[in-house]
Design a protein around this ligand. Sequence first.
Ligand SMILES: Nc1ncnc2c1ncn2[C@@H]1O[C@H](COP(=O)(O)OP(=O)(O)O)[C@@H](O)[C@H]1O
Ligand SMILES: [Mg+2]
Length: 253
Amino acid sequence: MTQSPSATAHPGLFISFEGGDGVGKTTQIRILADLLTAADVDHILTREPGGTELGVEIRRLLLHGGHVAPRAEALLYAADRAHHIATRVRPALERGAVVLADRYLDSSVAYQGAARSLGPQEVRDLSLWATEGLLPDLTILLDGDPGLAERRTTGRGAKDRLEQEGDAFRVALRQQFLTLAQAEPERFVVVDADRSVDQVADDVIEAAVAAVRRRGAHLAHGGAHQGVLLGLEAFVETAARRRAAGSGEEAGS
Ligand SMILES: Nc1ncnc2c1ncn2[C@@H]1O[C@H](COP(=O)(O)OP(=O)(O)O)[C@@H](O)[C@H]1O
Ligand SMILES: [Mg+2]
């Protein structure tokens, strides 16, 4: 029993995207969201920190303030998460929506636990306390060479505090994420992010389709939630059409 009962008690589908800065999380979430929109599937996009009004304030404190003590930082992330899960994510999951989260608890464990020398298990426990045990149904780890991700992000504006930290940090972070993925292979799908946007999207969509199928079987078993099932079926068909149209074909490199 690695999943808490609350993780599967809802009819919706909770998908989180993880990985360091610049690996392509936002890009891939947009592609998946566009497919869900095309299939007319109820979904929300949310990011951490900053998914709510309170979260925006917390994000400002965390990223653009001065030094933040590690435990204060962990508690601020947990506070944002508690509010965001209770007010946005749970209601969406309970009505049967797909939730696409740009980072979730694995980022806290990887960033705080590894790089900031708090114990990974206590950071994870704090987050699970804050969210009443909510784990994603699927976590997509975009894994790529930290140097490449760094070059992708250099076109952006002023670097925030986390982005200013060095290469050793990014290498350690990547390893932390991979260790988390290895510990929970039933929840994680690791996608090689050092490829074209379309190639990465093929794998992301395939993982989402597999999660939809698992959820479909689960819901069919329970008998209820017919509307949610039909919506998810439409998504699977839209994803298949995208593949047939060849938008994800090995184009060059
Ligand atoms: N597979 C890819 N190949 C090349 N560039 C990419 C790829 N994925 C994303 N990018 C570009 O890299 C930058 C960072 O991507 P983004 O999706 O914002 O990453 P993240 O949200 O993980 O920080 C953006 O400019 C984006 O257009
Ligand atoms: Mg992003």
